[in-house]
Write a protein that binds this ligand. Structure first.
Ligand code: FAD
Length: 294
């Protein structure tokens, strides 16, 4: 399927990757960066004339930074799934999401950067990273930009990359819960375990010492052209008691914020209903986890 390629580069530095990509672009034709290739190869775009392989770049790491984390773009799904520290961070939602992405073989090849850069509405890392207020660092044209993830996705397979290289995912320290409690949850429904999500969702909740919701994040995937934050549902929770009634109201509101379409995997109606169900499950799991932490 890549029989029309005129060049395949495998640089060892970020600077060389950007330089080679730009040099090829000037020669004309379309090109791509390639990391694990698990999306790119399936897409089989025969119009591509050059590829710049990222697998030798020093971008495969998961590092603690401040109270949060920095994840190198070429870290694989397996790296995230097994990063011991990530399993204990934010109730392990990022490691859990990575562990649901396709089969073992796919997770060994597919990268975190590729998952976001491909910008499938159903990508599994987006909801937990949106709930964690993550940003991405993009290198290109002599500058580095940091873009909050909720401004990174621009449409189906469209991003703020603008030809740049996604080098790092930055996850800030989650909000503190002084004398209060915090919990997180990731949910996914797909036809089979190794399938892409029909709907996925993540939530993060911080309660104050009186049991009132001080901070809320609700994110959904596969129900709109981009992964999204259900901001009106979040706003319903903040400042109020976090109980079953609040959870049901927020889940219903989140489903109203979804803009799903019908496709081979599910109807729009099913996706909307599953948005409600998964958000309710995610918030209920947060409630249970906070109960256990009491
Ligand atoms: C059978 C199968 C099952 C799958 N199941 C799931 C699933 O359950 N959940 C899920 O989320 N995904 C799933 N996927 C999709 C895929 O595996 C993931 O999205 C994966 O993380 C993509 O990473 P990659 O490194 O393989 O990307 P690639 O295929 O290498 O690249 C994808 C796109 O991103 C660009 N790109 C890659 N890295 C960068 C970078 N650092 N900077 C700029 N652009 C970049 C490429 O140019 C390309 O356009 C599945 C795929 C298959 C084939």
């Amino acid at each position: 399927m890549f029989d029309q390629l005129r060049a395949f580069h495998r640089p060892a530095t970020i600077a060389a990757a950007l330089r080679l990509f730009e040099a090829e672009r000037r020669l004309g034709g379309r090109g791509r960066f390639v990391a694990g290739g698990t999306d790119l190869v399936v897409q089989g775009d025969r119009s591509l004339r050059y590829l710049v392989d990222l697998s030798r770049l020093p971008l495969r790491y998961v590092k603690k930074r401040g109270g949060g984390w920095a994840v190198g773009a070429t870290s694989t799904m397996t790296d995230l799934e097994h990063a011991r520290a990530l399993r204990h961070f934010a109730d392990g939602i990022l490691a859990e999401a990575a562990g649901t992405a396709g089969s073992r073989q796919i997770r060994n090849m597919g990268t975190a950067g590729g998952n976001l850069a491909n910008a499938s509405p159903a990508c599994d890392l987006a909801p937990p990273l949106l709930a964690l207020d993550a940003s991405v660092v993009i290198a290109g044209k002599g500058v580095r930009r940091t873009v909050p993830l909720d401004r990174f996705f621009r449409g189906v397979h469209r991003t703020a990359l603008n030809g740049g290289l996604l080098v790092e995912i930055v996850i800030p320290a989650p909000p503190k819960a002084p004398r209060g409690r915090a919990a997180w949850s990731f949910q996914k429904v797909g036809r089979l375990q190794s399938d892409i999500a029909v709907v996925n969702a993540a939530a993060g909740i911080v309660l104050d010492q009186h049991g009132s919701c001080a901070w809320a994040r609700i994110a959904l995937g596969a129900v709109a052209p981009t992964p999204l934050r259900a901001r009106r549902a979040e706003a319903l929770l903040v400042g109020h008691a976090f109980d079953r009634a609040a959870i049901e109201a927020a889940a219903t509101r989140a489903a109203q914020e979804a803009k799903p379409v019908s496709d081979v995997r599910a109807s729009a109606d099913y996706r909307r209903e599953m948005s409600r169900v998964l958000v309710a499950r995610a918030l209920s799991e947060c409630l249970e986890r906070m109960g256990r932490a009491r």
